[in-house]
Design a binder for this molecule. Structure first.
Ligand SMILES: [Zn+2]
Ligand SMILES: [Zn+2]
Length: 615
């Protein structure tokens, strides 16, 4: 476990190294033990072992000290009751070969020092605390100095005293404030458990069991055995129930969390709790002591397994997740959103048919619990959401939004402040006061954090963007038509890059006969035509020569309604009715493709398209 704590070794790696020290180099005793004690009949051989170890330069000083002062803690270290099949891991006294690999040497040194330290007396520290008062504020500082080395002579630890601690002239004394430094910090959640933490949690799993009898049965043993615990961790990783981060922290995957969640709902939660092991251990020791019949024990196990398999195979997703409490309204249709096994979905979403809306519990490698999913559904976004993992197994925080297709999307982050301040300037920012557009390795972006312009990636759809294109994008809000983008399916396409309400969009060239170039042009009257509402936000609609359009806005709302339908001009006040009430008409004087006049109602649907309706 120390290997994992001190050196970020995984539990399995540590055990593997220990195994080579035991088998191959014969430098330590059997490592797969959970005892920290030695049998009393080893008392004499320990003296011999210390004599052997004194021949190794690194330990001779400590061995000599033990020989001179005698061994302490012998009553604690030699305890037959706490030794089962194996005793504590100790060195064998053999001399390590010169070619011993570094990790093995490191672990050997650690084991040997722990062994020698365990026979040393206590270390004594002098803790000093100084209290300063100023305007009723009380400030404290502490320092620790080693007074009596004891076992710390073998495993040293430096004194800890704040910078400039020094010596006080007298106590108490008047001092002066030399400098004040203000630091802004944020609270942090508890760090992720590493291998050592999980091993210790498995070892002490009994503590969280309510039933006293079961707790007792497991308290000495924990979950698994010392020989198997590390393998259990690796097994969970290989089945993708947990993953190991670059930091060494272990985190449950969405798959792992879903499994436990379903087991609890079925409910077979005893399968996911240490209670089961506690109960089995308790019965088993009953069998061992002859107070519980072994046939009865086996029968009980049989019943449990049958009952478990029955309930696992008999469950229905609908009964596990009854539609009782909706998360909120469906953004696509008039349905409500409910929790299911794999996702949170619209009530009209029936196995992929009907309304398509769903938020997947496993989105971008992160588990979306019901609280986060509810926030995301109702706000359409979540800022600074922690717990995503990148390809190098590092966790990161990102803001997410629901895009126009109602899918989860990362808000593009752009380069960091540090990157921007180090980067070269392209132009002064046309959008904000005082900012400049900088060129980083990956983006063009304004270095003013408050600026509304959005970063432009230097590589978009497998195409290197050119400086003059970036210039146009930032100064005019759009590029010219660019021909050689490559789509995700590998097909080349042509588009303009447009900054729409702060979001980067592709705008495709108009198709023949349907494009705006063929639409009649009208005079543009300034001012607001009407107000368009979408997702609870409102934007003013204004005129362009060919369309009624949503004015620039930072909610990302877009709307384009042609000013001409079937050769008939849509008038300004008709458009106002259309955007504000969702329909207008019946209107007369439309001309069909065959040249015949007709009447129809114009309807504006939820995706912003206008359709004819005849009733
Ligand atoms: Zn829906
Ligand atoms: Zn700017």
């Amino acid at each position: 476990r120390h290997g994992s704590n001190l050196w970020r070794w995984s539990a399995k790696y540590t055990l593997d190294i220990a195994q080579t020290l035991y088998e191959e180099y014969k430098l330590i005793t059997y490592p797969r033990t959970d005892s920290r004690h030695l049998p009393t009949d080893m008392r004499d051989s320990i003296d011999e072992l210390i004599t052997e170890l004194s021949k190794q330069d690194d330990y001779s000083e400590h061995c000599r000290r033990l020989a001179d002062d005698g061994l302490t803690n012998t009553a604690r270290n030699f305890n037959d009751a706490k030794v089962s099949d194996h005793y504590a891991v100790i060195p064998t006294g053999n001399n390590p070969p010169a070619n011993l690999p570094a990790p093995a040497r490191q672990l050997y040194d650690h084991i040997t020092r722990r062994f020698l330290a365990s026979f040393h007396p206590h270390a004594t520290w002098l803790d000093a605390k100084r209290v300063a008062t100023k305007n009723e504020q009380i400030l404290t500082a502490k320092a620790s100095t080693l007074e009596v080395a004891g076992w710390r002579a073998v495993i040293p630890k430096p004194n800890s005293s704040p910078e400039g601690w020094g010596v006080l002239a007298e106590t108490p004394c008047i001092g002066e404030i030399a400098a004040i430094e203000v630091q802004q910090k944020q609270t942090k959640p508890a760090p992720r458990m590493k291998d050592a933490g999980v091993l210790s949690a498995m070892e002490n799993a009994g503590k969280i069991i309510d039933d006293e009898e079961f707790r007792e049965a497991i308290s000495e043993k924990g979950l698994g055995t010392p020989a198997t615990r590390a393998d259990h961790i690796e097994k969970l990783i290989s089945h993708s129930y947990i993953e190991r981060l670059k930091s060494g922290g272990l985190r449950a995957t969405a798959k792992g969390i879903r499994l436990i969640e379903v087991l609890r709902r079925i409910p077979v939660n005893w399968l996911s709790s240490p209670e089961l092991t506690g109960e089995m251990e308790s019965r088993l020791s009953g069998v061992q002591q002859g107070t519980f019949d072994s046939a009865e024990y086996m029968m009980e196990i049989n019943h449990k397994v049958i009952a478990m398999v029955e309930s696992v195979k008999g469950y229905e997703s609908d009964t596990l997740y009854p539609h009782d409490q909706p998360l909120g309204d469906c953004p696509v249709c008039d349905g409500k959103v409910y929790e299911g096994m794999l996702n949170y979905h619209c009530q009209h979403n029936k196995r992929g048919k009907g309304c398509p809306f769903a938020i997947w519990k496993d989105s971008r490698g992160r588990y979306f619990d019901i609280i986060t999913a509810t926030r995301f559904l109702n706000d359409g976004k979540v800022d600074d959401l922690h717990g995503f993992v990148n390809r190098s197994s590092e966790e990161f925080t990102a803001s997410i939004i629901r895009n126009d297709d109602h899918k989860l999307e990362f808000l593009s982050q752009g380069p960091s402040k540090e990157e921007l301040s180090a980067a070269e300037e392209l132009i002064g920012c046309p959008t904000c006061e005082g900012g400049s557009i900088k060129v980083t390795d990956t983006h063009w972006a304004c270095d003013n954090g408050a600026c509304k312009s959005k970063p432009l990636a230097r590589n978009i759809c497998k195409r290197e963007m050119q400086t003059d294109e970036a210039l146009r994008y930032f100064t005019e809000g759009e590029t010219e038509l660019i021909e050689d983008f490559i789509s995700k399916r590998g097909k080349p396409f042509t588009a303009k890059l447009v900054n729409r309400g702060g979001r980067l969009k592709f705008e495709f060239p108009p198709r023949q006969n349907n494009g705006r170039s063929n639409l009649p042009q009208y005079e543009v009257t300034e001012g607001v035509v009407g107000t368009y509402s979408q997702r609870g936000s409102k934007v003013p609609i204004i005129e362009s020569a060919t369309h009624f359009i949503a004015a620039d806005n930072d909610q990302g709302i877009e709307l384009e309604i042609p000013r001409t339908f079937a050769k008939r001009e849509l008038l300004r006040d008709e458009c106002k009715t259309l955007v504000e009430q969702g329909k207008v008409g019946p209107l007369d004087d439309f001309i069909s493709k065959k040249g015949k006049p007709f009447s129809a109602i114009l309807v504006l649907n939820r995706s912003g398209n206008v359709k004819f309706r005849f009733d």
